[in-house]
Write a protein that binds this ligand. Structure first.
Ligand code: HEM
Length: 506
C-alpha cells in the first residue's frame, strides 16, 4: 500500500507546478490525501480483520454495500460457512459475523462488551429517551417493571381481545375470498391483522377505530426508514421524515390510550388491556418499583413493542400459514387436536388452558419458527475491545452480529434440519429439547425478547382458529421458497418472498 502511495506521488510529481500552477498544486494535494486515505482504509481493515475469513481487501469507501442492498439467505449462508467468525466491511463499519451457537450466545450474554446496535434513524424514530436505548443496570431495572405486563395472568386477560380481532379479520378474509377467489399475497393481510391485534391488546378500546386504522396506514413508513444506510437528515420527502410523521401519529393516539386507561382504572373499571394491566400493577401497594409514568412514557413503551413485534410476528405468521398449506398432514393433526379440545365448538373463544392442552399446535409453532426464523440475526456493537475467542478480539466500535439461523439449523441438534417436524418437540429426550440454548428464535441474555410468550400464544391462537374455520392453498411460484432478508437494523428479518395464499370457505 505504501508503495502505491509513493508511486502515485512520484507519478504526480512529474506534472509541472510552476506559474499558474496553483491549480495543479491543489490537484496534487487532493489526490495525495485521497490516495493516503484509501490506503489507510485498507490498512485499518486488514489490521482489524487479522486472520478472520473475509475479503483480503475492502472495496474503497462502500465496502460490501452493494451486497447489503439486496441481502439473501444464500449470501449469508456462504458467509457463515466461511468460518465461525468472519469479517466484512460496509461503509467503513467493520463487522464480525458469528456463526456458531457458542459465539452467538457469548455476544448476547456479554452486556459489558456488547450492546444492541441500532442505526441512527432508530433514535430519530423511536425518540432518544425511549427505554429500548437503555443498557446495563438501568435497562435491567426498567425491564423488570415491564415484565409484569407479560405474566401468565396478564396474557390470559389479553386473549379475549386476540380472539375477537382474529375472528373479525378472518371473516373479512373469507368474504374477500368469496368475492375474488384468486391467489393473493398474504404479507399485508397478515401485517394488518397483527397491527390491529397488537393495538387492541396494548390499548384496548381506549383508542377509537380510526386510530388503529391511522397508525396501521402510516406504520409501513417506519419499517421502510429503518434501513442500514439512510439519508442522515430528516428532510421533508426523505424516508426518515415520513417515519417521524408516522411516529407522531402513533404517539398521539398511544398517549391518549394511556390517559384514558388511567381514568378508567381510577374509576374502578375492570382491566382489559396492557395499559390497564400496567396501571393496575403500579397502583398495587406491594409493587416496589417506580410508580409514576407519564402518558408520553407509556406511549413510548407501547410504541417500542409495536416496533419490535410488527415485522417479526407477521413473518412468523406468514410462514405458519405457508407451512400448514404445504403440509396438509400437519394441518390435519392440528385440526384433530383442536376438535378434541373444543368439543367441535368452533365458536368457543380460545383460553390459555386450551392452549396449554394444544401440545401439537405449540410444537408446530416452535418448529415453524425454527425452520424459518423471523429474525435471522441481530446486530450488536462492541462497546470496548471484546476478546470473543482465544485468538481474536473484536475491535471496540465494531459491529458484531450473532447469527441465529445456523444454531437453528444445526444438524447435531435438529436432525434433518430443513424438515418441518413438530414431533421433535414432543419427545422430552430429543436433542432439540435437550439443547434449549440452540433455540435462538427470540435471542438470549438481557435483551431476550420480552414478548416471547405473548408472540407464541398469539401465533398459536391465530393458526388454531384458521385451522378450524378456513382452508387455504399456497400457490407455488418460482419464488415461493426464496427468502428475502429485509435488512432492518435490529433485528434482521427474513421475509417470505412472493407468497400467494388462496382463501376459500371451509
Ligand atoms: C414471532 C415474534 C417475535 C420474534 C421472533 C421476536 C424476536 C426478538 C428478538 C430476536 C429480539 C432480540 C433479542 C436479543 O437481542 O437477544 C427481540 C427483542 C425484543 N422483542 Fe421480540 N420478537 C417477537 C415478538 C415480539 C412481541 C410480540 C413483542 C412485544 C409485545 C416484542 C418485544 C420485544 C422487545 C421490547 C425487545 C427488546 C428487548 C430488550 O431490549 O430488552 N417482540 N425480539
Amino acid at each position: 500500500m505504501n508503495s502505491t502511495v509513493a508511486a502515485s506521488a512520484a507519478h504526480l510529481s512529474q506534472f509541472p507546478i510552476s506559474s499558474g500552477g496553483t491549480n495543479w498544486q491543489w490537484l496534487y494535494t487532493t489526490v495525495t490525501v485521497v490516495v493516503s486515505l484509501l490506503a489507510l482504509e485498507q490498512t485499518v481493515y486488514r489490521y482489524k480483520k487479522q486472520h478472520l475469513p473475509g475479503s483480503a481487501w475492502t472495496i474503497p469507501v462502500i465496502g460490501k454495500f452493494a451486497d447489503s442492498l439486496k441481502p439473501t439467505l444464500e449470501g449469508y449462508k456462504a458467509q457463515w460457512a466461511s468460518g465461525a467468525l468472519s469479517a466484512i466491511s460496509v461503509f467503513n463499519i467493520f463487522i464480525v459475523m458469528a456463526a456458531t451457537n457458542d459465539y452467538a450466545r457469548k455476544i448476547l450474554n456479554s452486556p459489558s462488551h456488547a450492546e444492541p446496535c441500532l442505526v441512527h434513524s432508530a433514535k430519530q424514530i423511536l425518540l432518544p429517551e425511549n427505554w429500548v436505548f437503555l443498557n446495563g443496570k438501568e435497562h435491567v431495572d426498567y425491564r423488570k417493571g415491564l415484565n409484569l405486563l407479560f405474566t401468565r395472568k396478564a396474557l390470559a386477560m389479553y386473549m379475549d381481545v386476540q380472539d375477537q380481532i382474529t375472528r373479525k379479520h378472518f371473516a373479512e378474509w373469507l368474504s374477500a375470498a368469496k368475492a375474488d377467489p384468486s391467489a393473493k399475497e398474504i404479507m399485508m393481510t397478515a401485517r394488518n391483522l397483527n397491527m390491529e391485534t397488537s393495538l387492541r391488546v396494548f390499548c384496548g378500546y381506549h383508542i377509537p377505530d380510526e386510530a388503529t386504522q391511522e397508525i396501521s396506514d402510516n406504520y409501513w413508513a417506519i419499517t421502510l426508514a429503518l434501513e442500514l444506510v439512510n439519508f442522515p437528515l430528516a428532510l421533508p420527502g426523505t424516508k426518515v421524515y415520513r417515519a417521524i410523521q408516522a411516529r407522531k401519529v402513533a404517539l398521539k393516539w398511544l398517549s391518549l390510550a394511556a390517559h384514558n386507561s388511567k381514568k378508567a382504572m381510577a374509576a374502578g373499571r375492570v382491566p382489559e388491556c396492557m395499559m390497564d394491566q400496567w396501571i393496575t400493577v403500579l397502583a398495587d401497594p406491594t409493587y416496589k418499583g417506580r410508580k409514576e409514568f407519564s402518558d408520553h412514557e407509556m406511549a413510548m413503551v407501547v410504541f417500542s413493542f409495536l416496533f419490535a413485534s410488527q415485522d417479526a410476528m407477521s413473518s412468523g405468521l406468514i410462514y405458519g400459514f405457508q407451512h400448514l398449506a404445504d403440509h396438509p398432514d400437519i394441518l390435519q393433526k392440528i385440526r384433530e387436536e383442536q376438535e378434541r379440545i373444543r368439543g367441535n365448538d368452533v365458536d368457543k373463544p380460545i383460553t390459555m388452558e386450551m392452549l396449554d392442552q394444544s401440545t401439537y399446535l405449540r410444537a408446530f409453532v416452535k418448529e415453524t419458527m425454527r425452520v424459518k426464523p423471523p429474525v435471522t440475526m441481530v446486530p450488536y456493537k462492541a462497546t470496548k475491545a471484546f476478546p470473543i475467542a482465544d485468538d481474536y478480539t473484536v475491535p471496540a466500535g465494531s459491529m458484531v452480529i450473532p447469527s441465529f439461523y445456523p444454531s437453528l439449523h444445526d444438524p447435531a441438534v435438529y436432525p434433518e434440519p430443513e424438515k418441518l417436524l413438530p414431533e421433535r418437540w414432543l419427545d422430552p429426550e430429543s436433542t432439540a429439547n435437550k439443547r434449549p440454548q440452540n433455540y435462538l428464535v427470540f435471542g438470549s441474555g438481557p435483551h431476550r425478547c420480552i414478548g416471547l410468550e405473548y408472540a407464541m400464544s398469539n401465533m398459536a391462537l391465530v393458526l388454531a382458529h384458521a385451522a378450524m374455520t378456513m382452508t387455504w392453498e399456497h400457490e407455488i411460484t418460482p419464488e415461493s421458497d426464496k427468502v428475502q432478508c429485509v435488512l432492518i437494523p435490529i433485528p434482521i428479518y427474513a421475509w417470505p418472498l412472493a407468497l400467494a395464499v388462496l382463501w376459500a370457505v371451509r
